[in-house]
Design a protein around this ligand. Structure first.
Ligand code: ADP
Ligand code: MG
Length: 326
């Protein structure tokens, strides 16, 4: 396959006079995790359903390619390349986990023997061996999600859509799921992930698109998105009071914290900005004891972008600097 795993131009979808997707562009390079981030009702599932051929985009949409195949003219080829784990489970609770897996193997026309092999391997990989012979209705939320993803992997898809894979999971199961998703990508699979959790996008995604009001309000790496909102700063700490004083006069715009022997400078946290601070210290022959970069987190970005209709005309809320180093 050449080109990106997913490429959509001006994707549109309306229901009656309600516009859900108002022309969104998506490009997902092969072997990466892309996260479509948005609150409930933003249109995430609609986007997943279109990209996975379950529903059609509006006629006014631009071209969509998934796995190198044109969605409009070669939907079967797209289907062969992808796996979808929907927001609502495809697991049949009345039969066992193993039977669910074998059913998927049948759907993918695997031979009986091959089906058993693949099912056993995936049940093992997703830590479901002990539960394999029990009805899926007895599984915990986390186990059901794991089974759901295992079922998606039966056809060995190169592109996987995960629609809110961790919504409703407890923190521990969520972390397990994150590990699973990372592992998928390390095998070269492309993951299109929707989530309403900023932390999850931050944790997993190579690139994030924020869906709001039917359009992509912002797109980039987590770091790039965080630079959109002000509030980031660099904090320099000194152990030697004399060094602190020299630095304070060299960096006159810094906010001083005499007690902690620390200086704080507004900064977007980029490499260039850091280098410039260090160069200025260097040329005065000063060494900082410790340098930390504080960037706004994705929550700040999200609220700045989706905080209401008046956001674009107002400066973004200054973000509270977070005390953890990113
Ligand atoms: N089949 C449909 N008919 C009418 N409206 C729909 C349909 N499917 C989704 N919608 C509407 O589209 C909007 C986006 O829904 P959805 O894509 O499910 O959002 P998300 O997955 O981000 O929560 C919602 O307002 C929803 O009510
Ligand atoms: Mg949804």
């Amino acid at each position: 396959m050449t080109g990106p795993a997913i490429a959509a131009n001006s994707l549109r979808k309306s229901y009656g006079d309600k516009t859900v997707l108002d022309g969104i562009d998506l490009t997902v390079p092969e072997g990466t995790i892309f996260s479509l981030l948005g609150p409930n009702g933003a249109g995430k599932t609609t986007a997943v359903k279109i990209l996975s051929t379950l529903i059609s985009p509006d006629r006014s949409s631009g071209p969509v390619h998934v796995g190198g195949h044109d969605l409009a003219t070669h939907p079967q080829a797209v289907r062969a390349a992808i796996g979808v784990t929907g927001q609502f489970s495809a697991v049949d609770g009345l039969i066992t986990g193993e039977e669910n897996m074998l059913l998927m193997a049948d759907l993918h026309h695997l031979s009986r023997r091959e089906g058993r092999r693949v099912a056993a391997e995936l049940l093992e990989r997703f830590d479901l061996v002990d539960a394999a012979k029990k009805p899926a209705s007895t599984y915990s939320g986390g186990m059901k999600r794991r089974l759901d993803i295992a079922m998606t992997l039966v056809g060995d898809p190169r592109i996987i859509f995960l629609d809110e894979p961790t919504t409703g999971l407890d923190p521990r199961s969520r972390h397990t799921m994150w590990g699973i998703i990372r592992e998928l990508v390390s095998d070269g699979v492309t993951v299109f992930l929707t989530t309403q959790y900023l932390e999850e996008a931050d944790e997993l995604a190579d690139r994030i698109a924020v869906l709001h009001d039917g359009v992509i309000a912002a797109e980039g790496t987590a770091q790039e998105l965080k630079r959109i909102v002000p509030g980031g700063h660099v904090r320099l700490r000194f152990t030697d009071p004399a060094a602190y004083r020299s630095a304070a006069s060299a960096l006159s715009e810094a906010v001083r914290d005499e007690e902690a022997l620390a200086l704080q400078l507004p900064s977007d946290g980029s490499q260039r900005a850091l280098r410039s601070v260090l160069d200025r210290l260097d040329s005065s022959g000063i060494e900082a004891g410790e340098l930390t970069v504080h960037t706004p987190d994705l929550d700040d970005v999200f609220f700045a972008l989706t905080g209401g209709a008046d956001v674009p005309t107002q400066p973004a809320q200054p973000a509270q600097p977070k005390e953890n180093v990113r």
